[in-house]
Each structure stands twice: as C-alpha cells, then as structure tokens.
Design a protein around this ligand. Structure first.
Ligand SMILES: [Fe+2]
Length: 280
C-alpha cells in the first residue's frame, strides 16, 4: 500500500497492470469507440486523437499528462479512489484531474461500484484538451472552494453531476453527449440520447442546482447546454453567493419534475424509471 499524502496523490504504478487489466481497457475502449461517433460532441473525439488514446492498453498517466499539458496545461494524477471534496477542488483549481488507477474486473464490464480508470480517464480526460471545457473545470474547482466556505457543496455538486458527468450539448440541430458518466457507459450512451423515458431540458444554472439526482440508475432528466462557451460564461458570470442563499429558501426539485419555466426539449415518458419501481 502506498502512503497517502495530504494531496492524496499516489504513483500510478503503470508496470503493475496485468495483461488482463490492459485487455479489459481495450475491450471497453473498442466498444465505446465504435458507438460514439455521431453521438458524442466532436471535441471528445478530437481529444482521443490529441491524446493518442487509441494506443492499446491502460494509458500511462505520465505520458498522458505530457500531451495534456501541451494542449491545455492540465495533468492527470492517480488517487486511491474518491477523495475529500476540498482535496478534489484544490486539484481542479490547479488544473490537475484526479483519476483512479484500478480497472474493473473483466466479468463486470458494465458494473461499477465506484469510478475506475476507464471511467476517469476515457470518460473525463479527452474533453480536457478542449480549451474552453478545460477552463470550465478549473473554474469549477475554484467555485468549489467558495461553495465549501458557504456550506453549499451539495448545490454545486449538482452542477458537476448534470454537466461534467451527465451533460448533453447542442450541436447544430442535433443533441450530443459529453458527460463522462454517459460517454464511458455503453448502455447510457444510447439511453441518454435515444430513449423516450428521460426528460431533456435546456440548461439553466439555478434550475440545475435545485435538482436532485440519482446515483443508482440512468438519469430521469438530462440538461442540455448550448455550448461549452455558454456553460463557462454562465458559470463565470454568476454570483454564486446570492444564488446559494436564494436556493436555500427554495424547495429542492425531484429528479423527474418539470417546471412551467423550463425550456423542455423532450418530455420524457419516465417508462424506464416506472418499470424499475414496479420491479422493486
Ligand atoms: Fe466521473
């Protein structure tokens, strides 16, 4: 066991991966690579190229960080799993993305108890080559420090959830996926875009920060941003202190709630969520 320092960074220890570990990465990569064109935001595919992620095997974080540093000044560092919020924010604010180094078992390709290296690296890192998205992630880290001091981490976490993890984006007349939780999941890559079940609602910062989310199944609502520029601008322009105070006085919204003021792109049938409830 490596010792954990204050920043939680540990060596990736790339040479300790087995042939099975690398083969698991390759299978997951091939599945997503076949499915994502036409579904994912083009900047993601560009990121795969820039980082040469199609090279077989689990990426070596040192090599990955060299390329990423060259593109946007970000690095990828290994951590032992989920890290405390303040540590996470501090890394993001300093343009360091923290990633787990272990990979799921080969018989559990679609099952994740907690984020592994495929989710963290394949899902999150390609978009860090996009200059605007890279700035958004740093701004999020800086916002996290402030949210912590205002006791508003839960609200800010919803912004991360509905953008960085499960965000959709307009691309001309089409809608594409960009959230890491979607792009690293074979089934959610289809569900999020094509299934009639979930609501798809145009992104609104305050609205998102009022909305609960579910961690045990597909989302019942996805939020659709206009562009990374727009997301970054809304985040930088907002004065979060008064927004947190306002949201404290407002009710939280359930995952499937639709408000009169929503710009609703798809009214979901919620068939998937109802079928699941019926089975329980
Ligand atoms: Fe993630």
């Amino acid at each position: 066991m490596d010792s954990v320092t204050d920043d939680f960074i540990i060596p990736q220890d790339w040479s300790s991966y087995s042939a099975v570990d690398h083969a698991t990465w390759d299978r997951l990569f091939a599945r997503q690579q076949a499915m994502l064109p036409g579904r994912v935001v083009p900047a993601f595919l560009k990121g795969l190229d820039v980082l040469r992620l199609s090279k077989p095997g689990i990426p070596d974080f040192a090599e990955l960080s060299d390329r990423l540093m060259h593109a946007t000044g970000w690095q990828v560092v290994a951590v032992p799993g989920l890290v405390p919020d303040d540590v996470f924010y501090e890394h993001l604010a300093n343009r360091r993305f923290v990633a787990g180094r272990t990979i799921r078992r080969p018989d559990q390709l679609d099952y994740l108890e907690e984020p592994d290296v495929f989710h963290d690296v394949f899902g999150h890192v390609p978009l860090l080559t996009d200059p605007v998205f890279a700035d958004y992630m740093q701004a999020y880290g800086e916002g996290g420090r402030r949210a912590a001091s205002l006791g508003a981490i839960d609200k800010l976490a919803r912004l991360y959830w509905y953008t960085v993890e499960f965000g959709l984006i307009r691309d001309g007349d089409a809608t594409r996926i960009f959230g890491a939780g979607i792009v690293s999941s074979r089934s959610e890559s289809v569900f999020a875009l094509d299934d009639p079940s979930p609501n798809r609602i145009a992104f609104d910062l305050k609205r998102v920060m009022r909305t609960r989310y579910r961690i045990d199944d597909y989302q019942q609502t996805y939020f659709v941003i206009d562009s990374f520029d727009d997301l970054l601008r809304q985040t930088l322009d907002a004065d979060f202190g008064p927004i947190y105070a306002e949201l404290d006085a407002a009710e939280d919204l359930d995952v499937d709630r639709i408000l009169p003021g929503d710009r609703l792109l798809t009214r979901g049938t919620q068939r998937h969520a109802r079928a699941r409830t019926a089975r329980q």
